[in-house]
Design a protein around this ligand. Sequence first.
Ligand code: B12
Ligand code: SF4
Length: 437
Amino acid sequence: MIKKILFINTPRLTLEQLNEHNERSKYFWEVYPPLGLMYLSACLKKEKKDLLIDALDLHIEGIKKSQKNLKVNWEEIVKNKIEETNPDLIGMSVMFGASFETAKNIGNFIKKNFPNVIIVSGGVHISGLIKEKSNDLDFNDFVSVRESEKHFFELIEYLNNEHNKVTGVIPINDRHVRDKMHFSPEASIIEHVDELPIPDFGLVDIKNYYKHGILSAAQTVEYDTPLATMQTVRGCTARCTFCSVRNFNGFGIRTHSPERVLKEMLLLYEKYGIRHIDFVDDDFTVSRSRVIKICEMLIDKKLDLTWSIGNGVRLGTLDDEILTCMADSGCTYVSLGIESGDEQMLKEMKKPLTKKILEKKAPLLEKHLRIYYRANFITGYPGEKPEQLAATFDCAEKYSWDWSLFSLCKPLPDTELYNKILEGKFDDTKIKYSKNR
Ligand code: B12
Ligand code: SF4
């Protein structure tokens, strides 16, 4: 019987980084509240009033210790929390390749020391690994794939013998499985996202996250600004080969209504004292009228609140009116997925961008200087030639982005690029790919 659940957000930081204790580590970390876990918690709390839910955000707990110059030891933090909360089930969020090794070590530690606790993982990275049927997932009893509000809820009901059908969950062993036929691996998509409850922002001490680090939009707000994130769109119109969004969120695109967006923002503002919200959406500007309505409602409210789009906006969706409206309503920062300055490379990446769009839209940014623009570029995409890389650097210089960020291409599990590499469709004999970055 599941009466107590402990959620664990696995850290992206290594012990080496955290135990360095240098001056930089005092304020330089990125601290994103665990939004996915907040959604799961809200769904359960709405329907299952007797369930006790607690959370351990190991990412921020590690940072807090490091900031006090204390040695960080994941196992010690996890052990103390399990002894304090005595959970029947632990739900781990494994979103990044960078957190996978730590997740695995913690999972194995729990399995060994608390063998009665059921371990369930979910999140983008672990969802991407499931097809590979690797023993690396053995620390789990179950893995829930993709968006999991419905899957996790069904699993809890299953474990409590309330029904016999679970979608989107893969049993890793049969310890708690009555019949394998009860499980179907296909993920179910939540079509009408406004039906989802508002995330349980109180699951962690969200009010105080800003005291330990920043969001990527930090250069546009004071360091003492209380911060939070929101997701208002699920999915993306594009299908870039290196990105996991299409395979993870499915082909459609689902947006929250402007009214729901405002309601969530007001809750963060009024109840939790948040003064800057970063939208982690993959396609925030997919609907022009939706964005304009959100901005107008914010302007009407006259809040002491700024906001940003820290993940990535499609340049082609921007125009004078939308940028004016965004800036007037408090937008301070926009991150843009440019990726390459070479037409052929953009085509290969299936990026929804052409040189024509770049030439037409990039100069707009110079007119809207109240917003800080970060352009994201990918270097080292398989097959990229030196002259194509040079075109990317030219593009970074040519337009007036405030910050050009260059990343090395890292094929992520279950993306088109990764799958092509596995199928041997690239000559990658000279490249060493890592699953764990
Ligand atoms: C915000 C964000 C960040 C933040 C940090 C976020 C954080 N919490 O720590 C920052 C800006 C720091 C960041 C950095 C990077 N990011 Co990032 N980021 C995101 C982004 C845009 C939003 C995450 C989010 O809040 N989603 C919203 C919540 C609601 O969704 P969710 O967490 O997935 O949760 C749902 C499910 O996954 C599941 N679930 C989650 N946890 C659990 C737990 C259990 C028990 C269960 C059952 C289910 C479950 O249920 C939830 C509800 O449906 C995602 C893209 C995306 N759309 O998700 C990329 C994404 C996670 N990032 C990605 C990448 C690649 C990076 C970088 C490597 C980029 C780079 N080149 O540097 C770096 C990481 C650097 C490092 N090594 O540390 C990839 C990860 C893919 C992968 N397999 O690793 C993503 C998916 C982007 C993409 N399109 O490919 N990122
Ligand atoms: S536009 Fe951005 S979020 Fe959409 S598929 Fe491409 S990289 Fe992913």
